[in-house]
Write a protein that binds this ligand. Structure first.
Ligand code: MSP
Length: 660
């Protein structure tokens, strides 16, 4: 039996300059989906490419002293390099300057003309060149383009028109009968209420005022309107109306067109109407995702507020950037990009949760069993709960992925990672290791950790092209233990070769230093250093429970700036809705201070009350979860087990004493 097919597309990009992180967003999402479907066994066709015609490109090329073709060739090679760097696994890259594409568009235009769905008339109206969109007088907002707010040009020319109005009722019915055709649902309502129900006008589909486009074969002074040219790529790429249309017969209709929200209108009104006119089946879904914005609005070259993905990948690695793009913002909604949010995610989710889980597990297998586990070990308390949660993960993640909910799928994977980290705290392998009679149980605990990591790493593959392999190398997990189906089974890992601790998969980043270095190269949306941003940093630090891992040298003068004091804990309580934070009241000499600290997973309030600790007393106060924190208490993190231990004093000493 032949494999089930899955056809996914990104928009084809305007090669009017370098692509920024916003463009990478659509492509990374499509790539994650394509990888996921391939892992599930589908025959996938993943299409991306470039939209190279139109007045805008002609103008930019002229500004750069090149012919349009010279200009686009240069930019397109840069775009392909970027996709190579981001490990985008497209199956076909279409350029609208490809001969095959041009021939298909000409045939489509002619077929629609012969059918009477394209006719000749005169166009008079407004044109927005940056958006390549026509507007009527009434559609303008304060005389400007309703999509981008920029000025429009008056145009009057002999033109061909597409009978879009003829398809209005069928389009309304399509959207009413198929709630899934446009996702998210809010975009469907927008199309119905703002465009379809008020009534469609026929669309001008040719231009004579410039010539960088596909000529109309039967009237050569006309070039095809760039959106008719561009939208046709989804079928021309498959060989539609060519001598070899095997791919078209195999993959069409598309399962999903992924597009940004501003071009949903073209994909859910003009494109289906063209397909209806050609008597072709319609795509199953158009998903309109939101924008990644910086403060001050959507990233755009003209505003000078773009983020270059290459810089970020070089600094933090590809998987961290892909993870951030897909995790930070629910797919469909707009999201603010900030350097701080990126580093927080890397530190907390990747370095702390995932990275530590892997390195602690590998280190414990090495330390307690010389790197090789003696089989699956003994079962014990907490195992059933861990297994249940890990085995429930694959179907949950699949359901979310099938709905393109990348962020939620990742959130579920991270819940499983946290569950596994909690299992370490529950079973306390370092305590088992002290008792020889518990060796079987210790092996069981470490086996279960390795098995949980195996499951999680399989499910991470659509998002991260590099990390799963690194994990498998460290844990010596074989290829035949990592097929997609095996993420739904327990007891697969066979410890036949010793584990080999390797590089730290996600090194922790010094937030403060990094923000400073990034601020000179990447615009940020954050507030000023002394304001909210500074507090967020302390909150992140408190959540981590320790200071950063920076070990560069400091002078004695720099050290002397720290005011370290002995402090006695008067009382402690948990911070509401946080499993990491405790609120402490401290006696520091004559003064009382309140500190919020990320130690709740290691100390109960009762355990900590009465202890004598060390306080960084001159740390700028911060609000953490709305509670004022007047300093930070010192704690050490165990290298292997990741546990926190509070720093206390050796002998009885009065509170407020200076530590130096
Ligand atoms: N050429 C047209 C698409 C034709 S498809 C038949 C086009 N190109 S584009 O280069 O301007 O945009 C391509 C995609 O990138 C769009 O889906 C757009 O929404 C997306 N993005 C561009 N900037 C973005 C953000 N800042 N955030 C998220 N996506 C963004 O439109």
């Amino acid at each position: 039996m032949s494999k089930k097919t899955y056809y996914i597309t990104t928009p084809i990009y305007y090669p009017s300059g370098k692509l920024h992180i916003g463009h990478s967003y659509t492509t990374v999402a499509a790539d994650a989906m394509a990888r996921y479907k391939r892992l599930q066994g589908y025959d996938v066709m993943f299409l991306t490419g470039t939209d190279e015609h139109g007045q805008k490109i002609q103008r930019v090329a002229a500004e750069n002293g090149m012919t349009p073709k010279q200009y686009v060739d240069h930019i397109v090679s840069g775009i392909k390099d970027l996709w190579g760097m981001m490990k985008i696994t497209y199956d076909k890259f279409i350029r609208t300057t490809d001969e095959d594409h041009i021939a298909t568009v000409q045939k489509i235009f002619k077929a629609l003309y012969e059918k009477g769905d394209i006719y000749k008339s005169e166009y008079e109206g407004w044109y927005c060149t940056p958006c390549e969109s026509f507007w009527t007088e009434t559609q303008l907002v304060d005389g400007m383009c309703p999509d981008c707010g920029r000025s429009v040009e008056k145009t009057r020319e002999e033109s061909y028109f597409f009978r879009l109005s003829k398809y209005q009722d069928r389009l309304i019915k399509l959207m009413e009968d198929n709630p899934d055709f446009i996702q998210p649902a809010s975009r469907r309502n927008e199309m119905l209420n703002n465009f379809l129900r008020p009534g469609l006008e026929d669309l001008c589909v040719s231009r004579t005022s410039f010539n960088w486009g596909i000529p109309v074969t039967f009237d050569e002074k006309h070039v095809v309107y760039v959106w008719i040219d561009a939208l046709s790529n989804y079928i021309s790429a498959l060989g539609y109306l060519s001598d070899n249309d095997e791919a078209f017969r195999r993959y069409w209709p598309a399962d999903v067109h992924l597009v940004g929200k501003e071009i949903v209108r073209f994909h859910t009104i003009i494109w289906p109407a063209m397909l209806m006119a050609l008597d072709l089946p319609l795509p199953r879904q158009v998903f309109g995702h939101g924008w990644l914005v910086l403060e001050g609005g959507k990233m755009s070259k003209s505003k000078g507020n773009v983020v270059d993905p290459v810089i970020l990948i070089e600094k933090y690695g590809l998987d961290a950037i892909r993870y951030f793009l897909l995790r930070e913002v629910p797919f469909g909604a707009d999201g603010v990009f900030s350097n701080e949010a990126l580093i927080s995610r890397i530190n907390s989710d990747l370095a702390n949760d995932l990275g530590n889980l892997v390195s602690r597990t590998v280190a414990m297998i090495k330390k307690y069993f010389d790197g090789l586990l003696p089989g699956q070990g003994e079962e014990g308390e907490f195992d059933a709960d861990l297994k249940k949660e890990l085995l429930a993960l694959k179907p949950k993640a699949e359901e979310l992925m099938d709905n393109l909910q990348f962020s939620l799928a990742l959130a579920d994977i991270w819940k499983a990672i946290s569950r596994t980290n909690k299992y370490i705290d529950e079973t306390m392998p370092w305590v088992l290791a002290k008792d020889e009679s518990k060796e079987g149980r210790l092996a069981g605990v470490l086996y279960n950790l390795a098995e949980s990591i195996r499951i999680v790493s399989i499910l991470l593959q659509p998002f991260m092209p590099e990390t799963p392999k690194k994990i498998w190398e460290q844990l010596s997990i074989d290829d035949e233990e990592t097929s997609w189906e095996l993420a739904g089974q327990w007891g697969v890992y066979k410890p036949t070769r010793p584990v080999s601790p390797g590089e730290i998969i996600f090194p922790r980043i010094d937030m403060e230093k990094e923000l400073e270095s990034l601020s000179s190269i990447i615009p940020d949306s954050g507030k000023d250093e002394s304001g909210e941003k500074g507090h967020k940093k302390q909150e992140a630090q408190a959540e981590k429970g320790s200071a950063s891992g920076d070990t560069s040298q400091i002078s004695i003068e720099e050290f002397a700036k720290l005011d370290l004091r002995v402090a006695k804990v008067l009382s402690a309580e948990r911070v509401e809705k946080s499993d990491k934070l405790l609120k402490l009241r401290l006696q520091v000499g004559a003064e009382e201070k309140q500190v919020v600290s990320g130690i709740a997973q290691y100390y109960s309030p009762e355990e900590i009350e009465g202890k004598t600790l060390i306080l960084v007393a001159n740390l700028k106060p911060a609000r953490i979860r709305g509670i004022e924190s007047q300093g930070m208490i010192l704690a050490a993190t165990d290298e292997t087990e990741g546990r926190l231990t509070l720093v206390t004093v050796d002998k009885d000493i009065s509170s407020g004493s200076k530590v130096s």
